[in-house]
Write a protein that binds this ligand. Structure first.
Ligand code: MG
Length: 252
């Protein structure tokens, strides 16, 4: 694995699409959320003005941009309002994409997940912080692992229940993954895997990176890649990667 500073003009030659994970990459890790009865409150993080400028410049240089996240569309639109004119959004672990105001639904998880939601909500545990509003997957934020959730999901062979250190993402195995999302968005843009560079930092980014020609990991302890960016430090991994891409891109 090479350090991102070794990413060269030659590496970037086939690249036309840059795909970003969100948490731990474009914004800091960590979600503040609290559910009490029928009330849920949460913090909306906003993209930093420096990253808005970097994304604008990448677009001007001819790159297509995509944000690929486990978060819901409503939330991504708020976080990334300023960059919506130059990026598409793929959300809820590859379930759907937003491209210039058009919605492309990639999966239909209704029948498989709808009955499970009340069963998950029945579980009470002091570690459970809140339930993030989602359309296609189930996300439960917790201070630490909750064995009741893991035990319940043991009954469902076709579903995954992925603990990422701050939440469980529950969805359909192999169908609701960020990898499906990146494949679909690559297709929508009429490109191939070799045209894609992707950056992620967590277990649910494995399939995302596997479907990109160039893989950048922001946490090599959780995720393998061709290049790595340090997770710890003043600057966000997306900031460091975009700077390197801009430095090595001639006008296209
Ligand atoms: Mg992440």
């Amino acid at each position: 694995m090479k350090h991102i500073s070794e990413l060269s003009c030659q590496d970037l030659e086939p690249i036309k699409l840059i795909v970003f994970d969100v948490d731990g990459v474009l914004v800091r890790r960590g979600t503040k959320i609290k559910t009490e009865g029928n009330f849920t409150s949460f913090e909306t993080k906003k993209i930093h003005p420096d990253q808005i400028e970097q994304m604008r410049t990448l677009k001007e240089k001819g790159y297509l941009l995509n944000i690929n996240s486990g978060r819901g569309l409503y939330m991504l639109q708020e976080m990334f309002r300023e960059v919506l004119p130059f990026t598409s959004l793929t959300y809820e672990n590859g379930s759907s994409s937003w491209v210039d105001g058009e919605i492309y639904q990639h999966v239909n998880s209704f029948k498989k997940l709808n009955g499970l939601i009340p069963r998950v909500r029945e579980i009470t545990h002091e570690n459970i912080k809140g339930y993030e509003p989602k359309e296609f997957i189930i996300t439960v934020h917790c201070h630490d692992r909750v064995s009741g959730i893991e035990k319940l999901l043991g009954d469902y062979d076709n579903l995954y229940c992925l603990w990422n250190g701050e939440a469980y993402d529950i969805g359909i195995k192999e169908i609701q993954t960020k990898g499906v999302g990146v494949k679909k968005i690559t297709e929508i843009y009429g490109l191939d895997k070799k045209n894609v560079i992707a950056i992620g930092d967590n277990y649910n980014d494995r399939e995302l990176l596997e479907n990109a020609g160039l893989k950048v990991t922001a946490d090599s302890s959780r995720l393998p890649g061709n290049f790595y960016v340090d997770l710890e430090g003043e600057r966000l991994p997306a900031d460091i990667m975009m700077e390197q891409i801009l430095k090595n891109t001639k006008s296209r």
